[in-house]
Design a protein around this ligand. Structure first.
Ligand code: BG6
Length: 479
């Protein structure tokens, strides 16, 4: 009973939220380099041209590009067994369509992987975390073009070859099901329509969007095939934002709405990537929305050949759905919903639901019967750095503890859960709001929203708490 000995305890980050060094080392600009900072009250903006008068938080982020040694040393001190990070595609291929890779970019990640190995930390590497080279957006319309599938495959083959033996766990696209929402146009698919004025509410052509998503599925399948060919030891996973929904009431209409939203948002992408074919329920969705996908010869076979080895997802909160109008709503990761009267919310309005993770893991294992990994789970909060360098984030410890307790029950239920990554390792730039103030890290970074701060790192109370969780392999009742 309890967590298996080889359980992968760790934490995660994404390149665009930690690295900075946006135009160093031969890197090209990527989509995230065009997103301005914002806050809960004011939206982030997307600008096609980088405007020197605006603030783009990815440009400096928390300077992991220059401080990765210090950061990884802290991860080792916390006892991480694994560290999930992403490679910036445009560090390896600055424009995205070149034949020859950028050696300096390759060397940067090689140093990171070597250091992780030195400390016995298993790197878990996301190939695309909202980070396509921007040139591919402007020149090819992102994944609307099938050419971008080949560019992605070339990038993947390059890193699989180079890091053979250094990296064994790969993830293709972060939160791929974001593409099921209009806002996923830019960050997952690389589609920007000139009629868009607000990138969070973009001009949307669902036919184009789902066709581009089909190309992303093919790109992912090609990556899986290449990874296995280059090194049979490689394991490749998919990654979804699984937003578990409950019907707000026992009205059958609420239940039906929940079931169909679950299908089209939570299940669809995983079904394609795990089972290798489009699920039956998408036929009626496509028919009802006037979408006809263009399948080229060989696409169906490729999807079958490129099924993933494990399923990963982010889990922060749950939401409720109802057909009744005028109910109180609340925010969430990618999707909001109706307020659940039984749950508390974070300062950013995300509902905290530890028991929901038990339900979700059971559901996913039931559906897929392959190893599962939680690659993002954590609490965004406005932490306070005290004068003596301490950060008392007992609310985060409480959040993490209650989720880990439920995970233990799941493992005891017999679910094959192989790892857990806290979001995030250090503080990061928030993806939705572009601010520093929404802190997730186990390690505090002294950087403020206006760009000031020393960038010094400080261990939060949650850092020490998680260290003892890892040491005892999850026996948190004794902590
Ligand atoms: C996920 C992303 O959507 O949620 C992360 O994969 C992101 O990149 C995380 O940081 C938390 O969301 P946010 O918007 O609070 O940063």
């Amino acid at each position: 009973m309890g967590f298996p000995d080889n359980f992968l305890w760790g934490a995660a980050s994404a390149a665009n939220q930690v690295e900075g060094g946006w135009n160093e080392g031969g890197k090209g600009d990527s989509i995230s380099d065009h997103l301005t900072s914002g806050s809960r009250e004011s939206k982030r903006r997307f600008t096609r041209i980088i405007d020197s008068g605006l603030q783009y938080p990815s440009h400096e982020a928390v300077d992991h590009y220059h401080r990765f040694r210090e950061d990884i040393q802290l991860f080792a001190e916390a006892g991480f067994k694994a560290y999930r990070l992403s490679i910036t595609w445009s560090r390896i291929f600055p424009l995205g369509d070149e034949t020859e890779p950028n050696e300096e970019g390759l060397r940067f990640y090689e140093q990171i992987f070597d250091l992780c190995r030195e400390y016995g930390i298993e790197p878990i590497v996301t190939l695309d975390h909202f980070d396509m080279p921007y040139h591919l957006v402007e020149k090819y319309g992102g994944f609307t073009s099938r050419k971008v599938i080949d560019f992605f495959e070339h990038y993947c083959r390059t890193v699989f070859d180079r890091y053979k033996g250094k990296v064994r766990y790969w993830i293709t696209f972060n939160e791929i099901n974001f593409a099921c929402l209009p806002m996923g146009n830019l960050e997952i698919l690389g589609i920007y329509d000139k009629r868009t004025t607000d990138y969070t509410d973009p001009y949307d052509d669902p036919k184009k969007r789902y066709q581009a998503l089909h190309h992303v599925f093919l790109a992912s399948a090609k990556a899986v095939r290449a990874a296995h060919e280059i090194d049979p030891e490689n394991k490749v996973g998919c990654m979804l934002s699984h937003v578990t929904f409950y019907p707000l009431t026992c009205n059958p209409d609420d239940l039906l709405l929940t079931q169909s939203t679950d299908h089209t948002f939570n299940d669809f992408c995983g079904d394609v990537q795990v089972k290798g074919e489009y699920p039956w329920y998408m036929k009626s969705f496509f028919r009802d929305n006037g979408i006809e996908l263009a399948f080229a010869e060989g696409d169906a076979e490729l999807l079958k050949q490129g099924t993933v080895d494990f399923y990963t997802f982010s889990y922060y909160m749950t939401n409720c759905l109802t057909t009744k109008e005028g109910t109180e709503v609340t925010a969430g990761n990618l999707l909001g919903g109706a307020k659940n009267p039984y749950l508390e919310t974070s300062d950013w309005g995300w509902q905290i639901d530890p028991k929901g993770v038990r339900y979700t893991l059971n559901k996913l294992y039931d559906r897929y019967q392959i190893p599962l990994m939680i690659v993002e789970n954590g609490l965004g909060a406005a932490d306070v750095l005290n004068a003596d360098g301490t950060i008392h984030d007992d609310y985060r410890i409480d959040y993490l503890k209650r989720h880990i307790e439920q995970m233990e029950l799941v493992v005891n239920d017999g679910v094959d859960l192989i790892g857990y990554m806290v979001w995030s390792a250090t503080d990061i730039v928030s993806s939705s709001t572009g601010e520093m103030k929404k802190r997730y890290g186990l390690i505090y970074v002294d950087k403020n929203d206006d760009g000031t701060g020393t960038m010094n790192r400080y261990r939060k109370d949650s850092f020490f708490w998680y260290q003892s969780v890892i040491r005892s392999n999850g026996l948190i009742e004794n902590q």
